[in-house]
Design a protein around this ligand. Structure first.
Ligand code: FDA
Length: 515
């Protein structure tokens, strides 16, 4: 009997009777289990996919050991139940927990330990761990080592490292994935590999070629990087009335040319004016400097006087406390807050997009962005401009699959959040971001218009969720995320998973995909 219900029962039977289950019980949750909704929702970070209409997994498997992952892969083959791997659940389009065919989630939440070796300057991180846990383990053991991953501590290393992963030390160190030196992976046949046994092609592909494509990563080994005992942070805000547009214009000329110790990003949103409580555009210049205030101040006064930074704007702290600062915590918070898998701010609906900018845009173009941000019927719009240059320009485009290197001035993340429920609100906000994206077309990269795979956006192209997608069809989105690296990713995929077992709406397909 090949009916979905039979597949489902057979799949569960297969899991419970697997040899792995004799060693330690494989824990799974079906909708009949009272914990199912909370286990499912715990790491859904985009409430847009937390609706009753969103397709739900037939079962959520929470492996405690690699042998449980092997059992789940084997049963998935036998009973043709589609698999989605979930790390921290931050996928912008919900691809780790929503699928358009019957599926189960392999949720790595219990595989989350981190081991830091300060003397060797390395760490092993299990793939269900968060970047916050990694930061916590580093920060409680040393003040002079760091790791260049993302800003929000709840982000999972499973997806984050699979797509690149960057934070405020990007200009100094590059991406998280640039510092992966080994990995453990369970392949389509259930075999366990390390770097040596998987080979350099597959090891290259998993460092930025996107998650849920080449196998299940169970752990990453990374190199840690040296930082000074104290670093400096600041946030200076300017409204439109305070010449935000002119200062952003200047920022576009200098931000990717500063010494690589200095990273200043700009967050564009809106705020109420104090005088008559009308909304105005606000630019927040938010910065990490890997050095002391006394050397930063003259540098800013010389190269970016327009921002008007003063000594009292600058805060010196340890690197780990700078992580708290950018995550939005008071900087004297106990470091344990970084371990929390519950985000600091409430979860909301959101839609995001990304762009790469190679030439500064005009003040007029920036004014068009402000007009859109000021639309009162849009709840919470935000654009983040992150400068490149520095180390990012030195790493060759083909070093790992992430290709956005020399020639990139900055990256834009377009974001819109909303709380109002219902179709009308969703459509209004999604339409807004699509219109903004259309508006920006002349001012950003072209042919192809590039994007960042970790800011997943199915608008840039999608595989056929239910059936066959050729590698030619997938090129539409593949070259936007990977440029010339796309072809090599297809070759690796063809070698390691020719039947396209690991797949989603934006996984690189093999040369000849099977249904
Ligand atoms: P999730 O579990 O949803 O996985 C994402 C993808 O990877 C899915 O396709 C999943 O199947 C796959 N996957 C996960 N674990 C895997 C494994 N072990 N093996 C194989 N495939 C696996 N990015 C950034 O670069 N810098 C930043 O500062 C931030 N900040 C940020 C904040 C917030 C609030 C969000 C929601 C997102 C970000 N991101 C980010 C984006 C983030 O890097 C991206 O969403 C990552 O894919 C998230 O990884 P998770 O494991 O949390 O997600």
């Amino acid at each position: 009997d090949a009916s979905p219900a039979a597949n489902h029962d057979n799949f569960l039977h297969c899991l419970s009777t697997s040899p792995a289950a004799n060693v330690s019980k494989i824990v799974f949750y079906t909708p009949a289990n009272p914990s199912y909704p909370s286990v499912l929702q715990f790491s859904i970070h985009n409430l847009r996919f937390n609706t009753s209409a969103a397709p739900k997994p037939i079962v959520i498997v929470t492996p405690q050991t690699t042998s449980h992952i092997q059992a789940a892969i084997s049963c998935s083959h036998k009973h043709r139940l589609h698999l989605r791997v979930r790390g921290g659940g931050h996928d912008y389009e919900g691809l780790s927990y929503v699928a358009s065919r019957p599926f189960f989630i392999l949720d790595l939440i219990n595989l989350s330990s981190v081991k830091v070796d300060v003397a060797a300057r390395t760490a092993w991180i299990q793939a269900g761990g968060t970047i916050g846990e990694l930061y916590y383990q580093i920060g409680t053991q040393t003040t002079t080592l760091a790791f260049p991953a993302g800003v929000c501590p709840t982000v999972g290393v499973g997806g984050h490292f699979s797509g690149g992963g960057y934070g405020l030390s990007l200009r100094k160190f590059g991406l998280a994935a640039d510092h992966i030196v080994d990995a453990h992976l369970v392949d389509v046949k259930g075999k366990v590999h390390n770097r040596a046994s998987m080979g350099e092609d597959l090891f290259w592909a998993i460092r930025g070629g996107g998650g849920n494509t080449f196998g299940v990563v169970t752990a990453w080994k990374v190199n840690l990087l040296p930082v000074p005992e104290n670093v400096t942070v600041f946030t200076v805000t300017k409204t439109i009335q305070q010449n935000a547009t002119g200062i952003i214009n200047r920022w576009q000329q200098v931000a990717d040319r500063f010494p690589d110790d200095l990273f200043i990003r700009v967050i564009l949103d809106r705020t109420e004016t104090t005088t008559n409580s009308t909304a105005t555009g606000r630019a927040s210049f938010n910065s990490l400097y890997l050095g002391q205030a006394q050397s930063l101040l003259p540098l800013l006064q010389r190269d970016f006087p327009e921002l008007g930074v003063e000594r009292e704007d600058l805060i010196e702290l340890t690197w780990i406390r700078s992580i708290l600062y950018f995550a939005g915590y008071p900087t004297d918070s106990p470091l344990e807050v970084l371990r929390s898998q519950v985000p600091l701010t409430r979860k909301r609906n959101f839609k995001a997009k990304s762009d790469y900018v190679t030439e500064p845009m005009s003040e007029r173009a920036l004014e068009g962005i402000w007009r859109r941000i000021l639309r009162p019927d849009i709840e919470d719009p935000e654009l983040i401009f992150s400068p490149y240059g520095g180390r990012m320009s030195e790493i060759p485009e083909s070093s790992i699959p992430f290709p956005h290197r020399a020639g990139t001035r900055y990256k834009i993340q377009h974001l819109v959040y909303w709380e109002r429920e219902g179709r009308e609100a969703t459509d209004r906000h999604v339409d807004w971001i699509r219109e903004l994206y259309g508006y920006l077309a002349p001012h950003v990269s072209k042919n192809p218009r590039l994007a960042y795979v970790n800011y997943r956006d199915l608008d840039v192209g999608s595989n056929n969720g239910a059936g066959f997608t050729s590698h030619e069809e997938a090129r539409v989105w593949g070259v936007k995320y990977f440029k010339g690296n796309y072809e090599r990713l297809v070759r690796v995929k063809t070698a390691v998973d020719p039947r396209n077992f690991f797949r989603n709406e934006q996984s690189v397909p093999p040369l000849t995909a099977w249904k």
